[in-house]
Design a protein around this ligand. Structure first.
Ligand SMILES: Cc1cc2nc3c(=O)[nH]c(=O)nc-3n(C[C@H](O)[C@H](O)[C@H](O)COP(=O)(O)OP(=O)(O)OC[C@H]3O[C@@H](n4cnc5c(N)ncnc54)[C@H](O)[C@@H]3O)c2cc1C
Length: 273
């Protein structure tokens, strides 16, 4: 941010994971977009996602997909959001494929759908066991070639510029501690979850729920913050930092969980807690 204490742009997007990148690519190319991110561009949880993405394969599966999702959310999910997520999933996957993302297929050419926790049917599309890397690399390489998108890595949003319930931009700080402001017509916060706040986590340590903290500071209501996906299978390590996840699709493909006595003690495909 050095020597640039004020920047004006049409849209600022905070975060370069799939959420930020997909938003940037769906916006009109006539808009000047600035994307800032705390660390290097590739250092986001989206790169770490392994198992895959659930998608509505056919309309026959809608009811079952909806019920599985509601059950996994203890029926506290917003029904409208669940409906939109399921109904739009084929379009989103279609867009990703058009942009160049590759999903594994079987010998006959059909998609190789697998299963994950809470799903009764195989409806998970994947790219080997590094689906997130495949999707994020694809989106990032296209975004880098769009002339209307500029990336500013190693830059952290530290506040929102807000008055009377209107947000005008963000305050940020670069790696040298230099502060500046980005003013924009629209501000998209795509800073991921809060997993990095935990001592042991499969998330990057810098993914610390910053947008949620700023939302609280500026009086924006948050909902269902206690819902955090806890994976029961990570590779044990005494070292601090990001843990390696043993994907839940391993359980989807039949792996079982044993306790210290070698006894099976749970249903491996229970929805996450
Ligand atoms: C090991 C692992 C496996 C997973 N497997 C799956 C899976 O199989 N299927 C699935 O659907 N999901 C999976 N997930 C979850 C999935 O990865 C995330 O839900 C998704 O990637 C979130 O994308 P995002 O763009 O919202 O956030 P992220 O990809 O986390 O990106 C957040 C971005 O915000 C930036 N940022 C954060 N704070 C600031 C700030 N203050 N200022 C500037 N920039 C900031 C970060 O640097 C980063 O660029 C998995 C997650 C992990 C960790």
């Amino acid at each position: 941010m050095k020597h640039r204490s004020y920047i004006h742009t049409d849209i600022v997007i905070v975060g370069s994971g799939v959420a930020g990148l997909f938003a940037a690519l769906c916006l009109p190319e006539s808009k000047k977009i600035l994307m800032i991110t705390k660390e290097d561009l590739k250092e986001c949880d989206s790169y770490l996602a392994q198992g895959g993405v659930c998608v509505l394969k056919s309309l026959d599966d809608f009811k079952c997909f909806y019920e599985d999702t509601m059950k996994a959310g203890h029926y506290e999910n917003n029904p409208e959001s669940v409906r939109v997520m399921i109904e739009s999933s084929p379009d989103v996957i279609g867009t990703l494929i058009k942009l160049g993302a590759d999903f594994d297929t079987k010998k006959d050419g059909d998609f190789d759908y697998t299963r994950e926790g809470a799903h009764r049917n195989n409806r998970i599309l994947h790219h080997k066991d590094e689906t997130g890397k495949e999707i994020t690399t694809t989106l990032l390489s296209i975004a880098k070639n769009r002339r209307n998108i500029t990336f500013i890595p190693q830059t952290t949003m530290i506040d929102l510029i807000e008055r009377d319930n209107t947000c005008y931009g963000i305050v940020c700080e670069d790696e040298f501690g230099e502060r500046g402001c980005i003013l924009a017509q629209d501000i998209i916060l795509a800073t991921g979850g809060i997993g990095g706040l935990f001592k042991s986590s499969t998330n990057y340590p810098h993914i610390t729920g910053d947008s949620f903290a700023l939302a609280i500071k500026h009086g924006v209501a948050l909902q269902d913050m206690s819902y955090i996906q806890i994976h029961p299978t990570t590779l044990y390590s005494k070292r601090a930092g990001c843990r390696f996840l043993i994907s839940e699709s391993v359980r989807g493909e039949g792996a079982i969980l044993l306790n210290e006595n070698g006894e099976r003690f749970t249903d491996e495909l229970q929805p996450g807690m």
